[in-house]
Design a protein around this ligand. Sequence first.
Ligand code: MRU
Length: 354
Amino acid sequence: MSDDALGFDTVRWMGGAADGWLRLIDQTRLPVDFLEIDCRDAPGVWEAIKMLRVRGAPAIGVAAAYGAVIGARSRGLSEAGAVREALHEAADYLAGSRPTAVNLFWALDRMRAVAQTDASNGLALLEALLAEARAIEALDRATCRAIGRHGAPLIEPGDGVLTHCNAGGLATADYGTALAVIFAAHERGTPLRVFADETRPLLQGARLTAWELARRKIPVTLICDNMAAQVMREGKVQRVVVGADRIAANGDTANKIGTYGVALLAHAHQIPFYVAAPASTFDLSIADGSLIPIEERDPREITHGFGRQTAPDSVQVYNPAFDVTPARLIAGIITERGLISPVDRETIARQLSG
Ligand code: MRU
């Protein structure tokens, strides 16, 4: 199913359970080339997640679920036991691709639970696994629309809305989380302008968010990350909306590196800072953000970004891919169930259990 306004599927299963494969947009090639790639084995899916060909917490979860279906075929289909064993092996393997987005582990746990159910033979179990992966994708599509519906009223006519990284249709099965709020406000006729942080070092804001907004004809102004303070001081930003990779039980939120700085700037300028994320992005087993694992990536993303050396040979580099914004800086978290505000342990527990 394609999104009408955008006409693309971030993640798509092709064919049946026994012979199908995963088709992805290779996001590393955007915005210049729109290319799809086919993943026909678990290493192909692992590589696509690791290299950010598919990225964004919910999209990683959906891709991993389909990757687990592919991996579950590796020991043949005659015995349910062989499919079960191969599924667990593939899930362990795919779980090692990226550490921060909890949606990856959430989706793989759902696949493991289905693998434990009774099945008459291997093919029947594989079909149940594919049905679960499809259900994870369908849930994400519905969830993103609901996030848009709940978030749109937070945008006032004429707002400048700043966002960081890409939490759009490319980061989910469809429609996005932070961008869903913007898309839905725009669809309601609320005039707005988006300021998209470029998002160093991999430029998801410039390459992906600006691309998605332009396709939907939503006014967007691209800024370098270090311009946000000045743009806020000039009074151009009335709201910040970002996505999330993992939210601890107390509301501390991991998102793309630079998000914490944006939250501090928003606080200093008394601009409400919102997080938009599905319930599957909460990790209630983690008391606070200090326990969220932060991915460190290849130094060459900083020293040799996009094919050109921009730092001296053998300089020391630190390249954390995410940071944690403390709950006290977050005005509200927009989920498919509504707005969580204030952002604290009690309100989160109440909303997620209700
Ligand atoms: O490294 P990335 O591109 O996967 O990081 C993505 C983000 O930080 C997104 O904001 C987050 O996953 C939410 S996507 C709806």
